[in-house]
Design a protein around this ligand. Sequence first.
Ligand code: SAH
Ligand code: SF4
Ligand code: F3S
Length: 447
Amino acid sequence: MKPSAPPQTYRVKSFGCQMNVYDGERMAELLSERGIQPAAEGEDADLVILNTCHIREKAQEKVYSDVGRLVLAGKQSGKKPLIAVAGCVAQAEGEEIMKRAPAVSIVVGPQAYHRLPEMLDKAAKGERATDTDMPAIAKFDALPRRRKRGPSAFLTVQEGCDKFCTYCVVPYTRGAEISRPFKDLIAEVQRLVEAGAKEIMLLGQNVNAWRGEDDRGRRTGLAGLIHALAKIDGLERLRYTTSHPNDMEDALIAAHGEVDKLMPYLHLPVQSGSDRVLKAMNRQHSADSYLKIIEKFRAVRPDIAIAGDFIVGFPGETEAEFEETLRIVDEVRYAACFSFKYSPRPGTPAATMDGQIAPEVMAERLQRLQERLAHHQYAFNQASVGTTCKVLVDRTGRDPGQWLGKSPWLQSVWFEGEAAIGDLVEVTLAAAGPVSLKGLVGQTVSV
Ligand code: SAH
Ligand code: SF4
Ligand code: F3S
């Protein structure tokens, strides 16, 4: 590769989970710190970072087609961008990417972002650079202080996964479970709140596996962290995602009855309602033990919104086993859900299991599941009509005077009136649609 002028502008394109979005924001801050500016909307950037996700199929192919598109655009404009591939595909397929895509100058895995500046220096000299080491916590220490503004901010508190569900790439792409230290997290939230954040979403692949030592040196779990964060003035709302049933501690359940700032929302994936399938998935919990956890949450917080993830068509899944998934959906009455067709991931045990399910069977099951999930989501929204709650305004609506925000149950709510982004506005939920609600300011609604 020829030496090139250092980039002046960048663009980060993040795919996948919220942790990737968080990482993308941190990489952007790192580049800004080096004097590289974000490219203006619609303009080509000198440096493009594709922050990729590997969780389901086609991720890899998407990287190659995105790279191809960037190369073509560069040819047309005469301005060849420097291309970096980051994220989970970079971690899993780094070498392959370097071989197959000569236009890629940098491959950087999710635990090595803090080394981007050195890699950019190398690229400027015309060398290609790969870093997929996993120095675990190091990246958080080495990244610059956060500057993000906005009413709601993500904060990664835990990374990695030791669970090794047989279908999943995350333990391989993100590495072992680690928890960021308590005092770093308190400091980062303080800075985010000073910069205007009203709500913090604590993130982790298994966020409730977070463990640390509080300011008095006592061992504590996520509940302890939440109690401490709730004391920060100016912080109004706390959320966390995604939890794993096996890491659920009673103190976290109890926190939902004790901490007003902790929102009544729980994302607790179950994946399947069949114990045989759960066992083959290596989930290490049963449908029943999952339901018992939900029951405990509802006992302390009866209005809690439950969300989950589902996989249909895991190898060997029979029609009867799939129906057990529909049954658990009806039992839990989810307020929101994410559902996927099983996707064989290279290198995972499930990819070579017998009984791979035909695509048309998966498609049909997914459709039936999504109908049930949509039904419950709509029912949950309808049951909220008449409730008065606060909406955290995060966007303007289509028409002047229209605002959009989130209810405590993470529903999208729109309303008309005087407000600004970042306000917590009290509304009465007046009408429900399948995925959003209409709120009225200063009025009560009879239902
Ligand atoms: N740690 C979280 C989930 C992280 S991955 C948990 O265990 O709950 C997000 C979701 O992607 C998973 O919950 C699962 O539903 C889905 N997923 C992961 N691997 C998949 C695969 N190979 N095929 C289809 N969906 C998958
Ligand atoms: Fe993947 Fe399972 Fe870990 Fe979740 S718990 S990230 S699904 S291996
Ligand atoms: Fe995707 Fe990696 Fe997140 S595979 S879902 S970006 S942890």
